[in-house]
Design a protein around this ligand. Structure first.
Ligand code: ATP
Ligand code: MG
Length: 456
């Protein structure tokens, strides 16, 4: 539901900052994302403030009120003011100078009036400012675009994306998160200028792209702007319209991937969503035909793993996130465990967290096939059974690693075993015996078994 400016409830701390700046003779407004979100009835993530006060004046006014400040980006006019441990970014009205490298403004210029500050912002819905006594400042029709659900660049879209191409991905991110449609000229410029993204720091791109992947409308945006996606992740481009030549698969590889992503649960994180995006990235490189002329892509998960790793490196993902993505791509074709013992082995092999992620990605993969397989095929019956087995095993006394055993290395030493690598080997054998269901995970039983194994 759309709210009016009168409904905007500024938190007390932000209001204190507005008041102290105004009392010192400056103008001050909340601005950007928080105004947009408040008008949409969404809870803003943070409240940014824009002001006519120069950085030194912001600091002086805060100091007078006994508030701490941090010089976050003094050169760009940003001072962080802290109230009750909560940080607020306060930025001087500014215009950005030339963007000769399409990344950073060569210079910035402080302004006395808010107009220019709003004009430097990316989209009309992000270019509004509000102050309870002065009201809403909306020079670019942000309010009506917000009501109509339209994302529109401020000013000439081609100029704005040429200045800073990151705005292309930000725009897609906002469209996906807010469910907005992108205005025609803005959309055209995004397609046309997508190659400028090659010069943008990948860390900045990934921040916005991961937000896009988690947006409620991610899939239609990825579908319409696949050319932009392939500029960011060129490894995906060969999936586009890649026919799987198999009646089992209703869609080409890219379209299947989008359907799989559509099935992701709302709380799935960006890393796992990236794994879904990349799960079949090896397919275009291993198509073979059987004697009936049916296509198969055997081993695509093995081929996909190094490709996925390259993508993660290129996007500068952390080591842990890279491991998650590559593990999920590599193992997404796992055979469905059909007994308690097989499920315990599966949980030991992958660890409980990864095992659950693998099931989640497999569920998405299956519903992305597009033939209703989830409903009643033997495969889906097996899958449902396996999910139940996993649930039971996870809730039973969990034994997924040596640390979960009822005996420790210490216990073995106390029982007379010499310190050294043999201890670890005995524990591994005990783990195996428990996982295989040969012995229960009980201290006395395991100690007895260990006695038989101990080197004397
Ligand atoms: P979110 O709620 O997701 O944080 P936001 O709109 O607050 O969205 P931020 O990245 O926090 O986005 O940026 C704050 C504001 O700064 C934006 O609303 C916009 O006015 C401006 N802005 C940020 N990045 C750019 C950019 N690359 N080009 C132009 N304006 C930008
Ligand atoms: Mg923000």
């Amino acid at each position: 539901m759309y709210h009016t400016p009168m409904d905007i409830e500024i938190p007390q701390s932000a209001q204190i900052i507005l008041d102290l700046l105004e009392a010192a003779g400056h103008e001050a407004y909340v601005v950007g994302g928080c105004v947009r979100d408040a008008l949409m009835g969404r809870e803003p993530a943070d409240w940014d403030i824009t002001t006519s006060a120069k950085p030194e004046q912001i600091k002086a006014a805060a100091a007078e009120a006994g508030l701490k400040t941090v010089d976050t980006g003094i050169a760009h006019g940003t001072v962080t003011v802290i109230i009750d441990h909560e940080p607020f970014e306060v930025t001087t009205y500014r215009a950005d100078g030339e963007y000769s490298d399409g990344r950073h403004p060569d210079s910035i210029e402080f302004l006395d009036r808010i107009d220019g500050d709003l004009a430097r912002r990316d989209f009309t819905v992000n270019a509004m400012a509000y102050n309870p006594t002065r009201g809403l400042v909306d020079h670019f029709g942000g309010q009506s675009d917000l009501q109509a659900g339209i994302l529109r660049a401020v000013g000439d879209p081609r100029e704005r994306f040429t200045e800073d191409a990151l705005r292309i991905v930000r725009g897609l991110r906002f469209a996906a998160q807010l469910g907005f449609s992108i205005e025609e000229r803005t959309s055209q410029a995004m397609h046309e200028l997508r190659n400028l993204l090659d010069d943008i720091a990948v860390e900045r791109i990934w921040i916005e792209f991961s937000g896009l992947l988690c947006g409620k409308d991610a899939v239609p945006v990825l579908r319409e702007y696949h050319d932009v996606v392939f500029t960011i992740i060129p490894e995906l481009a060969d999936e586009y319209e890649f026919d799987q030549h198999n009646p089992f698969h209703r869609y080409d590889v890219w379209e299947h991937t989008l359907h799989a992503l559509q099935a992701a649960p709302p709380d799935m994180d960006a890393t796992q969503r990236l794994a879904i995006l990349l799960h079949d990235v090896g397919k275009p490189y291993c198509l073979t035909f059987d004697e009936d002329g049916k296509g198969h892509m055997y081993g695509h998960e093995k081929l996909g793993e190094p490709i996925a790793r390259d993508v993660c490196h290129h996007l500068r993902l952390s080591r842990a996130d890279t491991q998650t993505v590559t593990h999920l791509v590599r193992h997404h074709m796992f055979s469905i465990p059909d007994t308690e013992k097989a499920m315990r082995r599966f949980l030991v092999k992958h660890g409980p967290e990864r095992a659950q992620q693998l099931f989640a990605i497999r569920r998405c993969d299956k519903s992305g096939i597009g033939r209703g397989q989830m409903v009643e095929s033997p495969m889906s019956v097996a899958f449902a059974k396996a999910e139940k087995l996993m649930e039971e095993q996870l809730h039973a006394e969990p034994v997924f690693g040596v640390k979960d055993l009822a005996v420790s290395g210490r216990d073995l030493i106390d029982a007379g075993m010499a310190q050294g690598p043999a201890i670890g080997r005995v524990l591994e054998v005990l783990l195996d015996a428990v996982v295989e269901g040969e012995v229960p995970n009980e201290r006395e039983v395991l100690l007895a078994r260990a006695q038989q194994l101990m080197p004397r």
